[in-house]
Design a protein around this ligand. Structure first.
Ligand SMILES: N[C@@H](CCC[C@H](N)C(=O)O)C(=O)O
Length: 284
């Protein structure tokens, strides 16, 4: 089976096109082997997610038609419902095929409309953030504007009052002064598996560099530190704006590049745009 190696702002994916192979599936263990850094399939960097492109599933008649369905598997193997950067990559592949400047990508969570914004850049409308505690989900009722997560040994005042946001997947966003006193790779796993999050959580560490600028690092659920997390960037802007730390239109700098996020006041939708890259091809 051939596959593509792609990335969105450095968020790296192994992309399998199974549109003509409905029987194609991979076990969690197989996904884990393919995605591990140093795997023969993906090389030293490995993949953050493995994506399987499939024929769209039937949608209610009033819904827009999807061009493609995207199955999303984290490096650890398990399936999740949203991945912003992979959505932009899948849309780019469809647009290259059709020659159109628009594509609709279907995930377990939503139908996502995407638009070409340049030869190698795509914007996706991620829809409305989900902000009720039950939608994140959290273990018990509380305001998601800022939540109380006790981390025990690494509790410190700079790691307090994170916001919780679902962008189709769960995010907990901390606001930090710098990345030296708070170490995302140490704090990340403690928060990912915190009992407050029954489905685990993606953990963002956002430094506010101005009303329109955030520097973000993300510890992704089922992966670890990544170069970029699209839904993480959306969640960071939503959480930051709710806490009156930024405007609604923010440039989010991640380790692998820059993502533009706009949480629109007019319809509550979050739009993310940024680069996509086809790095190469692989074969299993
Ligand atoms: N890289 C992603 C998010 C992928 C899924 C996430 N790790 C989860 O478990 O929800 C993005 O670009 O959004």
């Amino acid at each position: 089976m051939n596959f593509l190696i792609m990335n969105g702002a450095g968020n790296r994916f192994a992309v399998f096109d199974a549109r003509e192979r409905a029987d194609f599936s991979l076990s969690n263990a197989q996904v884990k082997v393919i995605c591990q850094p140093g795997s023969p399939a993906m090389g030293p960097l490995g993949a953050d997610q493995l994506i399987i492109l499939r024929q769209p599933k039937p949608t209610p008649s009033e819904a827009i038609d999807a061009d493609i369905f995207m199955e999303i598997r984290n490096r650890e193997g398990f399936e999740v419902d949203a991945c912003g950067n992979a959505t932009r990559c899948a849309a780019w592949l469809v647009m290259e095929e059709t020659g159109d400047d628009r594509a609709v990508v279907q995930t377990n969570d939503a139908l996502l409309s995407c638009t070409r914004t340049g030869p190698l850049s795509v914007a996706v409308d991620m829809g409305e953030p989900k902000l009720d505690w039950s939608q994140i989900p959290l273990k018990e009722p509380m305001h998601t504007h800022h939540i109380d997560v006790k981390l025990g040994p690494i509790d410190n005042p700079t790691l307090s009052n994170p916001g919780a946001v679902s962008m189709g997947n769960p995010h907990c966003v901390f606001f930090v002064e710098d990345f030296t006193t708070v170490k995302p790779h140490l704090a990340g796993p403690m928060v990912e598996f915190h009992p407050l999050f029954p489905e685990q959580v993606n953990v963002g560490f956002a430094r506010i560099d101005g009303p329109c600028k955030i520097r973000l690092k993300v510890w992704e659920r089922g992966v670890g530190m990544t170069q970029a997390c699209g839904t993480g960037a959306c969640a960071a802007v939503v959480a930051a704006h709710r806490q009156k730390r930024t405007d609604r239109m923010v440039e989010v700098e991640v380790d692998g590049g820059t993502l533009q996020i706009h949480w629109r006041g007019i319809d509550n939708h979050v739009i993310m745009s940024g680069p996509v890259e086809l790095e190469g091809r692989g074969k299993l």
